[in-house]
Design a protein around this ligand. Structure first.
Ligand code: F0G
Length: 458
């Protein structure tokens, strides 16, 4: 018999979580204006809102924090992180930032100006936000297979080369500060981008004299998919694959809260010294001095260790295996899920789950609220609310996919928790015909509205 995967760690410390009643949750979600971000964490039993900053650090990360250097300038913890970033990614220059969007803010302050075009594969919402905030446009060039939740394309996160070339041809290169490739492609379902695709994008970028930046939040999960799905990579180590991925790029932004398994942190990696220098000024202004950039010494120690732990093959097998475990359970219950399963999350297709709810009433948000009420399970809407309004017409945007994402924190929940989550979803699925109305918006912010939106039942 083949031995099944098992977590390459055991649990040393536990944190209690609390069950609640259906009646309590019905009251709490209303008090939260049907926005799951407004719930208090004690009101949630299984929290699959995000895999960002919610991972469990290892004993080695915690112990490294105790010996951190908290000097303002030139801390040894900074140099340890700098060497680790070089070792894992290959980038010679780096700036620490407090999280991923801060890295975007600093880098885009140098590169993006009004009227610019930034093509990419389903830009994450903060990435799009930082582009649109500068009155530039994010153009999505993801392959069409990504829109079909049933397509089994192994690299559904890929960039469509024809769409990309079209954007590059139609616009002068001076208007395109960079192409951004997000690995894995979170918005399209945690779907990987193949090495071949990254290589081709890089070639095209060079041909047009445009930089390639990798949004790297889940770079290690992407490398695992390359190893297990792409021809020629089965015998390569995760770290070799990671180095090759980054070798095609001019720079990277990183939210370390994902694949570096820390609760807070981020960075920018560069090859170009001049760009590094220009970004340094903004880093000092927005984040902090160059050798800490919004992080304490202990954060940098934990991050440096986390980069090694997050690129360990045994860990990645159990982490991505747990996502697939939940996905397969849902499939067994006939729940419409996006396939193949992503690296960090299972995505439920809300349009298929609740076909009776019109898009103007936000089916994915409606489903997310029902999952919470049913069993204290918190996911997140990845649909029209998150897509924001069109910056010019101010009309709601209805993306092709309207999903509830169940993002699994790293090293936090057991498979029993996954069984519980699947049972909650199955119960809602069985009573789905009684869910006939969704929500209307009462109050919203002009950008990134989903975080603070207030809703009312229709
Ligand atoms: N890029 C990607 C692909 C992300 O998924 C995120 C965050 C960011 C950038 C921004 O990083 O949160 O550290 O500022 N994603 C989280 C999520 C919030 O839930 O998917 P951050």
């Amino acid at each position: 018999m083949n031995l099944p995967y098992a977590e390459p760690f055991k649990i040393k410390m536990v944190e209690n979580i609390y069950k609640s009643t259906f009646e309590h949750r019905t009251k709490w979600i209303k008090e939260a204006s049907f926005n799951l971000f407004n719930l208090r964490s004690e009101q949630v039993f299984i929290d699959l809102l995000t895999d960002s900053g919610t991972g469990a650090m290892s004993d080695r990360q915690w112990s490294a924090m105790m010996s951190a250097d908290e000097s303002y300038a030139g801390a040894s913890s900074y140099y340890r992180l700098k060497e680790t970033v070089k070792d894992i990614t290959g980038f010679c220059y780096f700036l620490p930032t407090h999280q991923g969007r801060a890295a975007e803010n600093v880098l885009f302050s140098v590169l993006v100006k009004e009227g610019d075009i930034v093509p990419g594969n389903s830009h994450f919402d903060t990435t799009k936000g930082h582009i649109e905030f500068r009155k530039a446009t994010a153009v999505d060039c993801t392959i069409d297979e990504a829109k079909d939740t049933a397509s089994l394309h192994p690299f559904k996160g890929n960039v469509d080369m024809t769409k990309l070339e079209d954007v590059l041809q139609k616009n002068p290169s001076g208007k395109i500060p960079f192409i951004i490739v997000t690995v894995t492609n979170n918005t399209a379902g945690g779907q990987p981008v193949s090495m071949e695709n990254i290589r081709e994008v890089s070639k095209l970028a060079q041909k047009f004299g445009v930089r390639l930046i990798i949004d790297s939040a889940r770079f290690a999960e992407n490398a695992w998919f390359i190893k297990t799905r792409e021809k020629g990579y089965a015998d390569k180590s995760i770290r070799e694959i990671v180095r090759e991925m980054f070798s095609y790029a001019d720079g990277m932004t990183m939210s370390a809260k994902k694949d570096a398994i820390v609760n807070m942190g981020g960075f920018i990696g560069f090859n170009d010294e001049e760009l590094f220098r220009e970004a340094s000024t903004f880093n000092i202004m927005f984040e902090g001095f160059l050798t800490y950039g919004g992080l304490s010494g202990r954060d940098m120690e934990a991050l440096a260790r986390g980069l090694y732990e997050g690129t360990d093959l045994g860990y990645l097998e159990s982490r991505i295996g747990q996502v697939a475990y939940l996905g397969n359970l849902l499939k067994k219950y006939d729940i419409p899920v996006l396939e193949p399963f992503g690296g960090h999350a299972v995505f439920i297709d809300a349009l298929k789950f609740l076909p009776g709810i019109i898009r103007e009433e936000f089916p994915a948000q409606t489903l997310a609220a029902e999952l919470y009420i049913e069993g204290g399970l918190r996911g997140v809407e990845i649909g029209a609310l998150m897509a924001d309004r069109d910056p010019v017409t101010r009309q709601n945007r209805y993306p092709d996919l309207e999903m509830v994402r169940l993002a699994i924190p790293r090293r936090v929940y057991t498979d029993n928790h996954m069984n519980y989550a699947a049972a909650v979803i199955r119960n809602v699925f069985e009573r789905r015909e009684n869910i006939t109305r969704g929500f209307k918006i009462i109050r919203e912010a002009p950008i990134m509205r989903h975080f603070t939106i207030e809703l009312e039942r229709c």
